[in-house]
Design a protein around this ligand. Structure first.
Ligand SMILES: [Zn+2]
Length: 429
């Protein structure tokens, strides 16, 4: 279905009948001289007097397919690539854009981005192994030392040929591409290097990952700090521009001033409320534990088609709010300078009558309280890291836990835990 038709239908009816985050690499013309290629992150292409301006390059694995689709629509040179931010799924495919320019004998592509994108690219190079490992875990895999030792492009989190920005800005900038005037605004939200762009003449707004058709990705457990309140402020500022067409980097474009205003307000409100609730409890002296188990987002908010917690989730956002306004200390003094996990597990297993007692209790608890079950089975595995019975139980408990979760991030980490135990079983069988 046409992405705008689908988005209108889903938002107006509240009924979700098909996937909304589509990775087809198919191009749809959305307006005069404007096209979307739906991909791992979408690319938007805009025809201007100075050639094509493209927003985001998709990821390393999808950039080539995006360029192929783009070239079935327009043969004009790509003058500028805008990075909405420096995440790998938005810039990793840029080498395919560069190759296209080279093959056609076109001039080099200018890359426009926020000034912090450079620092992010340097950080990715410095933490390459870490980023490969957390991405494997996020998507349910287990860290493989093999893949890190290969030393070729496949072992790079970001391809070496990724284009670096050729022009950057700091807070706001207006650029002219022939007759097309585009405003660029920086704001922190999912990242510290994000921009959104607005064309006043058509009221088209390119929102990057400020809108992803999922609960805002402000909590990601394995990534650097994110900024929930600044994210909400950016959404409010976008609403002030009164866009007619909202063009997010994931999910579906949204058409109509009223509809867009409602979506932006819903998203901003849930983030503002969450920050307010967490900070109020922090001010009252609550621990992270008390906050995590008392602050909730209403189910009717999480049921909205553009706010479902299928990728990130509010519990993780709460932790990032705590980290931003507080620190990493969670308020439990024994965890300030904890004993090694292996010692704690061994001590509790010995008190309980053995690691298998803990593992069996974890299996029983997994019927009624998966959070508690996971604690016990981890203690058992720390106590006896090579015990097959313990790892059989641990794999069962974490597979079950995965099945009970909604967000990709929780599912990925719990699947990865099950796979760790399955790997121990395989190695000892
Ligand atoms: Zn993204």
């Amino acid at each position: 279905m046409d992405p705008i038709e689908l988005s209108t239908l889903v938002i107006d009816s509240g009924n979700i009948t098909e996937p909304l985050n589509r990775i087809t690499n198919e191009l749809t013309e959305l307006g005069d001289g404007l096209a979307i290629i739906e991909s791992f992150s979408h690319t938007y292409a805009l025809r201007t007097d100075e050639g094509l301006v493209c927003f985001d390059a998709s990821g390393a694995g999808s950039g080539g397919a995006v360029v192929t689709s783009l070239r079935n629509w327009s043969q004009e040179p790509i003058s500028t690539l805008v990075y909405t931010h420096g995440h790998a799924d938005h810039i990793g495919g840029s080498f395919a854009f560069a190759k296209d320019a080279e093959n056609r004998g076109n001039p080099d592509i200018s890359v426009f981005a926020h000034e912090n994108v450079e620092a992010r690219m340097d950080r990715y190079a410095a933490t390459n192994g870490w980023n490969i490992a957390i991405n494997q875990r996020q998507f349910g895999g287990v860290r493989s030392e093999m893949s890190l030792e290969v030393g070729d492009e496949l072992s790079r989190f970001l391809p070496r040929a990724t284009l670096r920005p050729s022009e950057t800005f700091s807070t706001e900038q207006v650029k002219h591409f022939g007759d097309t005037m585009i405003e660029f605004h920086h704001a922190r939200g999912e990242t510290d290097d994000h921009l959104w762009a607005f064309i006043p003449e058509t009221r088209w707004l390119f929102s990057g990952d400020f809108i992803i058709w999922n609960y805002p990705n402000a909590g990601n457990p394995q990534k650097v700090q994110r900024y929930a309140l600044e994210w909400a402020r950016a959404l409010r500022k976008m609403a002030e521009a009164r866009p007619e067409l909202l063009l997010p980097a994931h999910g579906l474009p949204i058409e109509g001033e009223q509809r867009i205003a409602m979506v932006l307000d819903d998203m901003a409100t849930t983030l503002e409320t969450l920050v307010h609730d967490v900070v109020a409890l922090m001010n009252g002296g609550a621990t992270l534990d008390e906050i995590l188990h008392s602050v909730k987002v209403a189910p009717e908010i999480l049921a909205k088609p553009y706010l479902r917690p299928l990728y990130d989730e509010p519990e993780f956002v709460i932790r990032n709010i705590w980290r931003l306004y507080g620190g990493w200390y969670d308020g439990a003094p024994s965890r300030l300078k904890p004993a090694p996990d292996a010692l704690l597990g061994a001590e509790i297993a010995s008190l309980a009558g053995g690691a298998m007692v803990l593992a069996e209790r974890a299996i029983a608890l997994s019927e009624s309280d998966l959070r508690l079950a996971c604690h016990l089975v981890d203690l058992a595995a720390w106590a006896e890291p090579t015990n097959k019975g313990v790892h059989e139980a641990r794999a069962v408990v974490y597979r079950k836990r995965r099945g009970a979760e909604l967000s990709l991030m929780a599912k990925g980490i719990f699947t990865s835990a099950a796979r760790e135990s399955e790997a121990v079983l395989k190695a000892t069988s």
